[in-house]
Design a protein around this ligand. Structure first.
Ligand code: AMP
Length: 537
């Protein structure tokens, strides 16, 4: 049999905007709890949340933002993030989600590339001084007119100015939106040295959030603990839109991931579900206080984002009470989920595969050289097609055409196998992306950055095995003639404040040459083996 499968066609796709879908939920569940910020104890019913979303949407209109304009958000998880997500969707403004780990180099790129007019930002969080970074590059960002800092009066002032805008104007704006309009840009680490802006529509993300949580049977009595970041689809689509499309309560445990606080939030808020990338579940399960938390309210949840170890899945079932836990696989460009396990799958399918094709999407595995669909059980590139495929990369038709072929198939760059029963497994990557603790890193981006160092002649970056993070970065560097060799500390100092910390190579090796193929391609596989041997990894 061929490695082709298509998901079920029920339930039907939602053919409405995010705003229309939210309004239906808020009307039905008005007085029930919609959103909880565990760290601060702040709470919203659906009616209160709708009121705050409308206030923010009117404020954005008062600030002169038109349909299709871009507004960015650069902040760890908080209730205002959620409010901004729905306020922008309601006013037809494209929300650009900026990774809170970004530093000036990446931030300025995202602002200019998407043409941000207004930015909502945290002032600071832990070691990130957003205000200082914004000030540092602000004069390089000509489109950026206004910054709304979250922990100041800025937000209240914006909402206050919105009281001058008639509610009718917002209602008219919302009514004129089309589900196919772009409403979100998410930057993913680029293969060409710069991040790419995956551009997603209402139809893309509303349906993916809705269907992902349909498959874990989420309903109005469910309370979902969301420790995964909102800047990424896992938080804002599978989490927020997954909840708002079902009237389920969103529980934000903390601004950044903290295993102990997440466990406490589950116990004290009586959460019925929890999300996480594998490293988050590992951190919770290995936390010294793990056994002391009452997790009896849990029933379900989703693990995704990187290969999900069977043993960690089993501990979710056996020790966290998540008898209906699910694995999802996807990528930002596909809204994100395209495969998921089902609640009634047996334990093997639920813990050892990424599931089968998602409702309404097609999946095939092809030979990366010929493009032919391979037979079941053979490895090849995972491709998917359907409503979930992004509109394209923002302002980059060339990169879009490389990723989505003329028949509409998104080529993921992941190597997968489809079993006889249609369930799939990820076995590797064609692209040389590194996943460090759930963060995706394209070596090319780091290489481009390091090329800027005056003493570096050439550089190649690879992922090497690491017990704690799964993978760590290693840079092989060829120095310019006469330049003193760099070490990891010197590279770190060069990247400090300009590159997200997780992208700074942990290991640096100065070499005379790279292993090359006859056609001039660097042999990264050989580099990985040599590095592992040399560093004893
Ligand atoms: P992102 O665009 O950040 O969502 O990252 C997408 C990439 O993460 C995919 O192309 C895969 O390489 C990886 N990924 C996501 N989910 C899984 C999973 N369940 N198993 C293995 N790899 C995954």
């Amino acid at each position: 049999m061929e490695s082709y499968a298509r998901g079920e066609l029920a339930p039907a796709l939602l053919e409405e905007t995010i705003a229309a879908n939210f309004a239906r939920t808020a009307a039905v569940h008005a007085d029930r709890e919609a959103l909880v910020e565990f760290a601060t104890g702040r709470r919203w019913t659906w009616a209160e949340l709708e009121r705050d979303i409308d206030g923010m949407a009117l404020g954005l209109m008062a600030a002169g933002l038109e349909k299709g304009d871009r507004v960015g958000i650069w902040s760890p998880n908080c209730a205002e993030w959620t409010i901004a997500q729905y306020a922008t969707a309601k006013a037809g403004i494209v929300l650009v989600t900026v990774n809170p780990a970004y530093r000036t180099h990446e931030f300025a790129y995202a602002v200019n590339h998407s043409g941000l007019r207004l930015l909502i930002a945290a002032s600071s969080f832990k070691t990130s001084d957003y205000r200082a970074m914004i000030e540092q590059v602000r004069d390089q960002c000509p489109t950026l007119e206004r910054i709304v800092y979250l922990d100041t009066d800025d937000w209240a002032q914006l909402v206050e100015s919105g009281t001058a805008v008639p509610a009718r104007a917002l209602a008219e704006r919302t009514a004129a939106l089309d589900p196919d309009d772009a409403i979100n840009i998410q930057y993913t680490s680029g293969t060409t040295g710069y991040p790419k802006g995956a551009t997603l529509s209402h139809r893309n993300i509303l349906n993916n959030g809705y269907l992902t949580t349909e498959l874990i049977n989420l309903g109005p009595d469910d309370r979902l603990c969301i420790p995964v970041p909102f800047y990424h689809c896992f938080g804002m689509v599978m989490g927020n839109l997954g909840c708002t499309s079902h009237g389920s309560t969103m529980v934000i445990p903390a601004p950044g991931f903290d295993p102990e606080v997440t466990l406490r939030a589950i116990a004290e808020e009586r959460c019925t579900g929890v999300y996480g990338v594998p490293t988050m579940f590992i951190a919770m399960q290995n936390h010294p206080t793990f056994a002391g938390h009452d997790l009896s309210s849990l029933r379900t949840g989703i693990m995704a984002g990187a290969v999900c170890p069977v043993e960690v899945m089993k501990r979710c079932v056996n020790e966290m009470n998540m008898s209906e836990v699910s694995i999802a696989y996807g990528m930002t460009e596909t809204s994100p989920v395209s495969c998921q396990t089902r609640a009634d799958d047996d334990l093997d399918r639920r813990t050892a595969t990424i599931g089968r094709a998602h409702p309404h999407v097609e999946v095939k595995i092809v030979d990366p050289m010929t493009g032919e669909t391979v037979r079941r059980g053979e490895a090849g590139e995972f491709c998917t097609r359907g409503y979930s495929v992004m509109k394209g990369y923002w302002d980059d038709p060339e990169k879009t055409a490389e990723a989505i072929d003329e028949d509409g198939w998104m080529h993921t760059g992941d190597l997968a196998e489809m079993r006889e029963d249609g369930y799939c497994n990820i076995v590797g990557r064609i692209k040389d992306m590194v996943i460090r603790g759930g963060e995706n890193i394209y070596p090319r981006e780091i290489e481009e950055f390091l090329y800027q160092h005056p003493d570096i002649e050439d550089v190649q970056v690879i992922g090497v095995p690491d017990e704690r993070y799964g993978e760590e970065l290693c840079a092989w560097i060829r120095m310019k003639a006469g330049a003193a060799p760099l070490d990891a500390e010197a590279v770190r100092a060069f990247a400090d404040g300009r590159l997200a910390h997780y992208k700074v190579p942990r290991y640096v090796l100065v070499v005379e040459e790279f292993p090359m193929t006859v056609t001039g391609k660097v042999r990264k596989v050989q580099m990985r083996e040599e590095t592992a041997a040399k560093l004893n990894l």
